[in-house]
Design a protein around this ligand. Sequence first.
Ligand code: AMP
Length: 144
Amino acid sequence: MSLDGTYDDGNIFAKILRGEAPAVRVFEDSHVLSFMDVFPQAKGHCLVIPKHSTARNFLEEAPEVIGPLMLAVQRVARATRAALDPDGLMITTFNGAASGQTVYHLHVHIIPRWDGVPLGRHGGGMADMEELKALAAQIAAKVA
Ligand code: AMP
């Protein structure tokens, strides 16, 4: 899929938002939902998505959605730091297939990094669900 296209409401994140697919939830408010990435590139890798959006990527999103989205990203990133004590965090969006995007509902990745620990493959192995739930609870407990 290219940068341009039509929003498909059958995408997995739309299904999660409608309650049709499961997610290990970290945080939500009226604007956003944050949940653990099931194919994490690092321990604590989570996503933040806008709830009321048909933007396929960051470039398409309305300014009034970007504001609350990025404020929530900062909140969850700070909580992730407080919970897991990483040495750094990647905060990123992939826009278009050429960049590595695979799900076409705007989402922001928060990926904690530790010195000397290589980044896992994008779309690599599936996480253990119990481990993901424990990490989500740790991060959620630090959301301020
Ligand atoms: P992107 O490649 O930027 O579109 O990112 C999509 C991300 O969603 C990838 O990191 C996937 O591991 C992740 N992902 C795909 N399906 C699910 C799901 N059902 N629950 C949580 N994360 C998912």
